[in-house]
Design a protein around this ligand. Structure first.
Ligand SMILES: [Zn+2]
Length: 479
């Protein structure tokens, strides 16, 4: 009985929805009791992790030449009206501020294209200014009408938006590829999240974009979550906001614009979902809110002294660490920090002090080992790498085993219902294929997510209309 009270034990793969709701509460990631629908309070355990996530994404962008900005949260209505697809796509989701007499009607930004590009028009004059690469870390607001879920879909989310202007379409397309590479370097190699980048079908593009490319991550419940997307906006926005430059040939030309949007708070949802297990959260080392928890077996003076000594040693070596010197029993503390997903736990008692050995628990493999105290830093350096590699490997394996080739509508249904992604030949992701996608949506409740950017050639006919297939597409249920 006692044990049940303190352990977190919900079978993640059997009841993902309950698991997700409970772990957010138990691990104190967010408090959903804030009294505005669709808005939540982010608590320290999620903020600490997200701060690290922001750091890795921003430093990667900066390395590739993006410069940071902070734009105003408000955007005048007239800016939205300048690009017709954009205004049509976003207007239903905009929070409007009550108009002040004699001033422009203002929106809380749902995304900032229409804020950035009017400034681009002022800042960009010559081909020498290009490429012009920016980003900002911001919170954005969208009036979601679908049911909201903490981190996954809220009315306010925390993200990074990168906006770039280029001289040619080719340069713009290279930027799109660079954004996809950034996604791999950060989402996969640091956060440990596998994904596929899809070119979205014509009917599922970002409002105002020529092409949209988006990364889908697979949730344990078989639904995909759209994570960063990058858009080739072409010259539509440049024309709407008059963003021109004088080219080498002295002619005035419109720039080509791209934008990229990794939503850190939404990516955090995938980190919870992909890495967690029945005991609770599991964090990759680099983005763990704290990396090491030190738990003493007793509150004896000598033991506490050793705990402090170890803590300062780790702090000095840039390892984020906390100690648990509460009066809870050691076992209770162990379960608590395992549930919170701390990658390493150091256990210290009189026995450890005497033998000059420490007991270390690894959350990723759920195992304890003994090491010599003097080797602690070397051990952490080596093990932290192993932990990240291990989590990535596990996540990759799960993802790869969940993509199934199908040859008929019945098979799509079977695959989707078993919580997997179906891959099949399909007529087209241009406008002509929309009808076939609607049939899949209506009869199976799943969406054509698009085509993989790794060239895959169809061999046969569209799985729905039987016309010659132009693409291989992926079909999944989505959040
Ligand atoms: Zn078709």
């Amino acid at each position: 009985m006692e044990k049940e009270k303190i352990t977190f034990n919900i079978e993640k793969n059997k009841n993902f929805s309950e698991w997700y709701t409970e772990i957010i509460k138990k691990a104190e990631l967010a408090d959903i009791r804030y009294n505005v629908k669709g808005f939540i309070v982010f608590q320290p355990w999620s903020v600490l992790a997200m701060e690290k996530m922001f750091h890795f994404m921003e430093s990667t962008l900066q390395k590739k030449g993006h410069m940071p900005y902070y734009f105003p949260t408000v955007i005048p209505e007239k800016n939205f009206k300048k690009e017709s697809h954009h205004v049509k796509g976003f207007t239903p989701e905009v929070f409007w501020l009550e108009a002040v007499k004699g001033e422009d009607k203002l929106a809380l930004r749902p995304t900032s294209e229409t804020a950035f590009y009017q400034m681009f028009a002022l800042w960009i004059n010559s081909y020498k200014d290009l490429p012009f690469k920016t980003y900002q870390r911001a919170n954005v607001f969208r009036y979601e009408t679908k049911a909201t879920r903490p981190f996954l879909r809220s009315r306010e989310f925390h993200w990074i938006e990168a906006h770039c202007a280029h001289a040619t379409e080719k340069d713009a397309m290279n930027q799109v590829h660079e954004d996809m590479e950034t996604t791999k370097e950060v989402l996969h190699d640091i956060y440990g999240l596998p994904f596929i980048f899809f070119q979205r079908p014509e009917w599922d593009k970002f409002p105002g974009a020529k092409y949209t490319y988006a990364a889908d991550v697979l949730n344990p419940d078989g639904r995909v979550v759209q994570q960063p997307s990058t858009h080739l906006l072409e010259q539509e926005f440049a024309k709407a906001f008059d963003v021109k430059f004088k080219d080498k040939d002295e002619k005035e030309k419109y720039v080509y614009i791209t934008c990229y949007g990794p939503a850190i708070s939404r990516i955090f949802a995938s980190i919870i979902a992909v890495h967690g297990d029945d005991k609770g959260l599991k964090f990759p080392w680099k983005i763990a809110p704290i990396q090491v928890i030190i738990v003493p077996f007793s509150l004896d003076k000598d033991v506490l002294k050793k705990v402090d000594e170890l803590k300062f040693l780790l702090i000095k070596n840039n390892i984020s660490v906390q100690t648990d010197i509460s009066d809870k029993r050691p076992g209770e503390k162990f379960y608590y920090w395992e549930m919170k997903g701390v990658p390493l736990r150091i256990e210290v008692g009189k026995k450890e002090i005497q033998s000059k050995e420490l007991t270390i628990y690894r959350r990723d493999i759920d195992k304890k080992e003994k090491i010599k105290e003097k080797d602690i830093l070397k051990y952490i350096e080596k093990t932290s790498n192993e932990i990240d590699k291990n989590l990535i490997k596990q996540a990759d394996k799960l993802f790869d085993n969940n993509i199934i080739n199908v040859g008929s509508k019945v098979e799509i249904k079977k695959v989707i219902e078993s919580g997997k992604i179906a891959r099949c030949d399909f007529c087209s992701i241009s406008k002509t294929g929309e009808h076939c996608a609607e049939i899949i949506e209506k009869e199976i409740g799943a969406q054509v997510r698009g085509k993989n950017l790794k060239k895959e050639s169809p061999k046969g006919k569209c799985i729905i209309c039987n016309k010659k297939a132009e693409e291989v597409v992926y079909i999944a249920r989505a959040y």
